[in-house]
Design a protein around this ligand. Structure first.
Ligand code: FAD
Length: 288
């Protein structure tokens, strides 16, 4: 099923994310985690793409298993980084062969050696190519706080508009920990004429070590209410996990209460975290 049709329903949607293994050794662990998460019957599941290479071949494999064995709609990511024209054609061909209809088109994180993508420089170029090649439902990333490399938020929103004009059907946000940032972003992009559905990306922070990486990669603002939780529980893994899940749940309830219908949880191959969040929302997701 196409994600744009799933998003057009009346009820809120809850989706989860898995990332493929970096090496063959880890394949079975990741496949088992993906199966458990699929067993929770989310609205759809996204499978990331290792822009640095290595893991990219597993994306189609895991996405097709989710669909064929567990009957959950997959969203396969693909990046400009490490993609030649032939590679994109090959991946799209494999997706089509497995009847996977949804693709999240990204530039990808620039690898540490600083090599920028050679063929497709920005996600919008990749979206244009995918649009030409068939009837995929295409998603893109968006950044309520602006992308770390962009000069300012307004320019970044103009580039989101370019992605929509290139053919993207919906956008999923980078994680954020203060919902008011999303609300003002939604207002501003709608003012710019961007009308595609925006799915809110929520990261349950379940250990204190994640925080450093999050702020380095995305520059996300961490509200004091959130930092108090990390200060208090950061050294106690079980308490931190419980508090992180509660914080994420609280964010999601506020989002749904304020009319945001698409919720995507960066579940990071953690079925227990996905399960707790789903349980916490069970009646809320059914209501509307
Ligand atoms: P783009 O939209 O191409 O933007 C990149 C930068 O260039 C931005 O600063 C933008 O403002 C600027 N820009 C855009 N268009 C133009 C233009 N025409 N001219 C000049 N500047 C321009 N990474 C992975 O490697 N694999 C994944 O599976 C993955 N999944 C993700 C899922 C989500 C929901 C999100 C939010 C991010 C994901 N990422 C993933 C990370 C993402 O690849 C990085 O954030 C990357 O740095 C930007 O990707 P993008 O598609 O937003 O890039």
């Amino acid at each position: 099923m196409k994600i744009r049709d799933i998003l057009a329903g009346d009820k809120p949607t809850l989706s989860f994310e898995v990332f493929p293994p970096k090496t063959e050794d880890a394949y079975h662990t990741v496949a088992a985690a993906a199966a458990e998460i699929a067993g929770l019957k989310p609205s759809f599941m996204s499978v990331t793409y290792g822009a640095g290479g290595g893991t990219s071949d597993y994306t189609v494999d895991i996405a097709s298993t989710i669909q064929e064995k567990y009957n959950v709609t997959p969203l396969a990511h693909i990046t400009c980084v490490s993609s030649t024209r032939e590679k994109v054609e090959q991946v799209l061909g494999e997706l089509r062969a497995h009847k996977i209809e949804n693709v999240l088109a990204l530039r990808g994180d620039i690898p540490e050696d600083g090599r920028t993508p050679e063929v497709y420089h920005y996600a919008s170029e990749l979206i244009r190519e995918i649009k030409k090649s068939g009837d995929f439902c295409i998603g893109a990333a968006c950044y309520p706080e602006g992308h770390v490399e962009s000069a300012n938020k307004s320019v970044d929103m103009d580039y989101l508009k370019e992605k929509v004009e290139a053919g993207c059907d919906f956008a999923t946000t980078q994680m954020f920990f203060d919902n008011s940032i999303l609300y003002s972003y939604l207002y501003r992009i709608r003012e710019k004429g961007i009308t595609v559905p925006v799915i809110a990306g929520i990261m349950p922070v379940t250990n204190a070590k994640q925080i450093k990486r999050i702020t380095q990669m995305s520059g996300t603002y961490l509200p004091s209410r959130f930092m108090s939780i990390v200060d208090k529980f950061g050294d106690n893994p079980r308490a931190m996990k419980q508090a992180g899940i509660a914080y994420a749940t609280d964010q999601i309830i506020d989002l749904i209460a304020n009319g945001v219908k698409g919720i995507h949880v960066y579940s990071m191959n953690k079925p227990d975290v996905a399960m707790k969040i789903k349980e916490n929302l069970s009646d809320i997701l059914e209501w509307e």
